[in-house]
Design a protein around this ligand. Structure first.
Ligand SMILES: *Cc1c(COP(=O)(O)O)cnc(C)c1O
Length: 388
């Protein structure tokens, strides 16, 4: 039978019905599961039988969420985490050994950057960085110890695009594992495995939940690698809670329609900003002015919901703009139904040196907006009055 479409898999991938024949999957708030007898217990622990033992390992709700994510990303296997960061950290911890080396895009999520600079070095794991615009420089950074090539696309917060096909080719040529944080695109807009990614990571906290309610994360990809990530996690405990998994699995049912509207709104806002004379620069992947517009068009279905733009007048102008926002939210999240405005230079990335900030594309007046599901005219009106 032909594979179902994305929307159908996002809705119809669900647990086997229980004796009650519920239509929508129930919530299994159970920390552990019972065995029929000693032999059942023994065989379950040796994995001769595949079944739920303890919710730190697996739980029906997390399994449903993971199965769905695997189908939506075209992955063999996966494991769900309490947060996006625990997915990122556990992937590194499970796949890297002391002495290994990572090559990463310099523009990555703030906490991921902190893992590279502060924590991985504790285990003698080092990282070299390439600039988003210098994919040609990657090969020169690869050493005999390099194990992982890591990137996000679009990047947070500068909304740059990396050519995933090129990254896939480099990873293959040098026998590296390609790990992609696909948070901004969601599996609906982009599937990095098609371009050669071995592991795809998501912060499910963002567009997958989509309403700013729960934290969650997931890693999907090659079965042998996920097995290592699973064994690490089963023993160290970053598991997603069944309740959050239940919420996230329901959320995936509406991901396609939500993201369609997010993107439709984002295009309207990006076009508005591009025409405003207090705005120096707008970065949105599906605007022709975006430096990597052609790559974005090739690898993404739509441009996503994040826009970065530069208010004329530097840090003070950026802060002033935020202070004048009325309806929209000043908040640290993104991918929410509510539009969220942030000023990375004075908040999330304020601890970076000016040089490091510039290196990652975070200029003083850069504002990041996560476009929500409000009426686009109301989003534009609020931005307009704040800019004026
Ligand atoms: C938010 C985010 C993360 C971390 O996810 P949490 O769920 O907050 O731990 C990782 N990568 C990207 C790109 C993000 O936006």
């Amino acid at each position: 039978m032909k594979e179902n479409h994305f929307e159908t898999e996002a809705i119809r991938t669900q647990l086997e019905r229980s004796q009650f024949l519920e239509h929508s999957s129930p919530l299994y708030l159970s920390s552990s599961f019972v065995f029929e007898d000693a032999e059942d217990m023994r065989a379950s622990f040796t994995e001769e039988k595949i079944r739920n033992i303890y919710s730190r390992f697996t739980n029906p709700n997390t399994s449903e969420f993971v199965d769905k994510m695997c189908k939506l990303e075209g992955a063999e296997s996966g494991y769900a985490f309490a947060t996006g960061m625990s997915a990122v950290f556990s992937t590194f911890a499970a796949l890297l050994n002391s002495g290994d080396h990572v090559v990463s895009c310099s523009s990555v999520f703030g906490s991921t950057h902190t893992l590279f600079t502060k924590y991985l070095p504790k285990w003698n794991i080092t990282t070299s960085y390439f600039n988003v615009n210098e994919v040609d420089a990657i090969e020169a950074l690869i050493t005999p110890n390099t194990k992982i090539l890591y990137a996000e696309s679009p990047t947070n917060p500068a909304v740059d695009i990396l050519d995933l096909e090129v990254l896939g080719e480099i990873a293959k040529k040098h026998n590296l594992l390609l790990v992609i944080d696909n948070c901004f695109a969601t599996p609906y807009l982009q599937n990095p495995i098609q371009f050669g990614a071995d592991i795809v990571i998501h912060s499910a906290t963002k567009l997958i939940d989509g309403q700013g309610r729960v934290l969650g994360g997931v890693a999907v990809g090659r079965a042998d690698l996920i097995r290592e990530i699973y064994l690490f996690s089963r023993n160290t405990g970053p598991a997603l809670s069944p309740f959050n998994a239940w919420v996230l699995s329901k959320s995936l049912e509406t991901l396609a329609v939500r993201v369609d509207r997010h993107c439709e709104n984002a295009v309207k806002v990006a076009e508005f900003l591009e025409g405003h004379d207090r705005v120096a620069l707008v970065k949105y992947p599906f605007l022709k002015s975006h430096p990597q517009y052609h790559i974005a068009k090739q690898q993404m279905k739509q441009g996503g919901n994040i826009i970065a733009f530069e208010v004329k007048g530097g840090v003070e102008a950026g802060r002033e703009f935020l202070n004048r926002i009325q309806t929209l939210s000043l908040s640290a999240n993104l991918g929410d139904s509510r539009t969220i405005v942030t000023h990375p230079a004075s908040t999330t990335h304020s601890k970076l040196s000016t040089e490091d900030r510039m290196e990652t594309g975070i200029t003083d007046g850069l504002v990041r907006i996560s476009i929500g599901l409000e009426h686009p005219d109301d989003i534009i009106n609020d931005l307009n009055q704040a800019l004026n």
